[in-house]
Design a protein around this ligand. Structure first.
Ligand code: NAP
Length: 408
């Protein structure tokens, strides 16, 4: 038996323990000796759990046991997750994690530690929950020149936007429903302000380029300013509003990365990704378009991705599973030079000024809801710098949302 330990017996960690029991027969196909969870580290005891006798509270017990070959870090947060992961890797114990915050902040350092100690640091579950997307990008697409990755990377915000679009709910009501259903945390800031999606597109961009794309360098905008009124126009334009993480290679080879709400046309595959589902749309120069779709969160979907990494680590015991992500920081393209169309709404009193500022290229659009006293339009192609300059000259700007173009 390959002996492993799970750090954090919460949603994901308990899912990993149960999945390894439930799917042992499937696991034997990859690891013929089987996998056994010897320890569960948590702050609490779980007297009613069938795994109660495996719970420990001292990480050193796990570290000191020479039988342990893999640890699943499903505690979340930076510390002590970082220290525990580093100590394990320094002892040659592989670490599999769902902790995107830690991966985005310390990924290359922990990969390097694993390489130096002939073990592995794997993090499939940190992006897209149960969707196998990181290993396909790193391995199945190694021969490709990947030119863009666009993802719906946060199920909570996708659920909120979906409710606003289909059931005409306000942002506040949709968020409150997401919280009641357990999709949104009590403090939803990391989701609704886009930080969670931003960390995930940083991880994807790092694997796409092999260098470190720092999430702090990525322009990040959440969904809290999107209103019911925006969806009235979106529906009429046969578009949906989605929070996207986007990473695109420019003609000069530089990379533009952004997290923001976008209007997605009906004929783009990401348009049909609704509710709590996630999807990652990848374009490679030879393979063309690919889309990875599935549950971006939840106990068993996320545990499934962690367990896949555990199997890989057990199969490769004594060696390092290569992850191409160096600590060299990639300087991103100037975000103010990105160019695209925008949807803009202004109060009626600013209509003439808006027409003067945006000229004939602006196309008026209507809402499918009772019209507000305002003027709404889609601009021609403009850079981020140009749109900021033009809307900066107008009063009562009610919305400015980017359009996802189909061609890139
Ligand atoms: N939930 C999902 O669907 C999902 C999906 C993808 C990725 N993730 C990521 O996976 C990680 C875990 O998420 P989760 O939803 O499973 O969280 P969770 O339900 O809060 O579970 C975390 C567990 O770790 C325990 N813990 C915290 N600090 C600890 C420490 N110092 N020592 C021992 N145990 C400790 C917690 O105990 P207490 O409860 O007593 O604090 C809790 O039982 C996070 O990084 C999250 O972002 C989650």
């Amino acid at each position: 038996m390959a002996e492993i330990a799970v750090l954090g017996f919460g949603t994901v960690g308990s899912g990993v323990v149960e999945l390894i029991d439930r799917n042992q027969e499937q696991i034997l196909k990859g690891v013929p000796e089987g996998i056994h969870v010897k320890y569960i580290l948590d702050l609490r005891d779980f007297p009613d759990s069938p795994y109660a006798d495996r719970v420990v509270h001292d990480f050193d017990i796990i570290l000191a046991d020479p039988e342990i070959s893999v640890i699943c870090e499903t505690m979340g947060g930076r510390e002590p997750a970082f220290s525990f992961s580093r100590k394990a890797l320094e002892k040659g114990i592989s670490v599999c994690t769902s902790n995107k915050e830690l991966v985005a902040a310390h990924g290359p350092e922990l990969i390097e530690t694993a390489r130096a100690h002939r073990c592995s640091y794997l993090f499939e579950a940190s992006v897209g929950g149960g969707i196998p997307v990181l290993r396909p990008i790193s391995e199945a697409l190694i021969q490709e020149d990947i030119t863009s990755i666009i993802g719906i990377l946060n199920g909570t915000t996708n659920y909120i936007m979906d409710k606003m679009e289909k059931e005409d709910m306000t942002f506040e009501d949709a968020l409150s429903l997401a919280q009641q259903k357990g999709y949104a945390e009590r403090n939803p800031e990391a989701d609704v302000e886009g930080h969670d999606a931003c960390r995930k597109i940083a991880i994807l961009s790092s694997l796409m380029t092999g260098k470190t794309v720092r999430y702090e360098d990525i322009p990040c905008e959440g969904i809290s300013r999107i209103t019911k009124a925006d969806f009235g126009y979106a529906r009429n334009m046969r578009m949906a509003i989605k929070l996207l993480g986007m990473s695109r290679r420019n003609a000069d080879g530089s990379l533009s990365v952004r997290t923001a709400p976008f209007l997605v046309p009906e004929d783009h595959p990401l348009h049909s990704v609704t509710g709590v589902f996630n999807a990652v749309f990848v374009h490679g120069n030879c393979v063309d378009d690919l889309m990875f779709y599935g549950r971006g969160a939840g106990k068993f979907p996320t545990a499934s991705a962690v367990a896949a990494d555990v199997v890989e680590c057990c199969r490769c015991r004594g060696s390092h599973v290569e992850v191409r992500w160096s600590d060299e920081t990639l300087a991103l393209a100037d975000p103010s030079e990105e160019s695209r169309q925008f949807f803009v709404r202004v109060g009626a009193a600013s209509a003439d000024a808006a027409r003067a500022a945006f000229g004939d290229a602006a196309q008026t659009v209507q809402s499918d809801s009772p019209a507000e006293d305002e003027y709404a339009f889609v601009t021609g192609e403009l850079t981020e710098k140009e749109i900021l300059d033009r809307i900066g000259r107008l009063q009562d700007v009610r919305a400015c949302i980017r359009l996802l173009d189909l061609g890139k």
